[in-house]
Design a binder for this molecule. Structure first.
Ligand SMILES: NC(=O)c1ccc[n+]([C@@H]2O[C@H](COP(=O)([O-])OP(=O)(O)OC[C@H]3O[C@@H](n4cnc5c(N)ncnc54)[C@H](OP(=O)(O)O)[C@@H]3O)[C@@H](O)[C@H]2O)c1
Length: 214
């Protein structure tokens, strides 16, 4: 798959690197340092390169949106037309201080994104785990019981593509339902952040749901 990374910070850099190592063609974009972007692409291997948001998006089968909420409109403008594209968003609608959600309860960041991109196929995924655990999950993917990862969206084929990527990283995908369920998954991501960054065990934290026979 060709994957454009819109936002190559903590999440985008790691997920893009894993996607490239898993065999996808990846274009990293949108940092404040071209040098950083190029180094990132070099380190991610021969399947990865650096580009502009437009270059990342134009031939992509899917794009990963991984920017702070305050940068969403800017990066989308730079990316150009995303009609028909699968947009996997890990972005959370946080305020500038990253202390609270600015969209919640009656909507979600994912639904607001869908309003900004009515012709794109949005899937919300990867936002319920801290970036620090991603390489660990990838490294453990053939060894341990896989951690869960919730995702949601309204487009079945877009969700199928997201499932492939979720599995490539090493998670067990859990379909949480339509995009509006991001109203639940986004606050859950804040709980994960609380446990990862304020808890005692460190940020390398993932979760696993267990079903018990009734
Ligand atoms: N980090 C996590 O563990 C985590 C977990 C779940 C969800 N999320 C969500 O995922 C999204 C991405 O988070 P992140 O931690 O990867 O963010 P980040 O590290 O700040 O990365 C954001 C990217 O946007 C780039 N950018 C370009 N222009 C910018 C500008 N003018 N101001 C600020 N950034 C600019 C940054 O560039 P530079 O590289 O030059 O900084 C960086 O590459 C956010 O919505 C966040 O809420 C994050």
């Amino acid at each position: 798959m060709r994957i454009g990374i819109l936002g190559s910070g903590l999440m985008g850099a790691k997920l893009g690197t894993i996607f490239a190592r898993a065999g996808h063609e990846v274009v990293f974009s949108y940092t404040r340092s071209q040098e950083k972007l190029e180094q990132l692409a070099r380190e991610a291997g021969s399947k990865a390169k650096a580009g502009t948001p437009r270059e990342a998006a134009q031939d992509a089968d899917a794009v990963l949106l991984a920017v702070h909420w305050s940068r969403v409109r800017d990066v989308l403008k730079q990316a150009g037309d995303l009609s028909g594209k699968v947009v996997v968003t890990c972005s959370l609608p946080m305020n500038d201080a990253n202390t609270e959600l600015v969209v919640a309860r009656s909507s979600s960041g994912a639904e607001e994104l869908a309003k900004m991109l009515p012709k794109a196929r949005i899937v919300s995924a990867f936002n319920t785990v801290p970036s620090e655990v991603l390489f660990e999950v990838y490294a453990a993917k053939d060894k341990a019981a896989r951690p869960s990862l919730v995702y949601c969206g309204d487009d079945a084929s877009a969700k199928e593509m997201a499932v492939g990527l979720i599995r490539d990283v090493g998670f067990d995908p859990v379909d949480a339902g339509p995009l509006k369920i991001a109203r639940y998954t986004e606050p859950f991501a804040l709980l994960m952040g609380q446990l990862a960054y304020e808890g005692d065990g460190g940020p390398e934290l993932a979760y696993r749901f267990e079903r018990f026979p009734g």
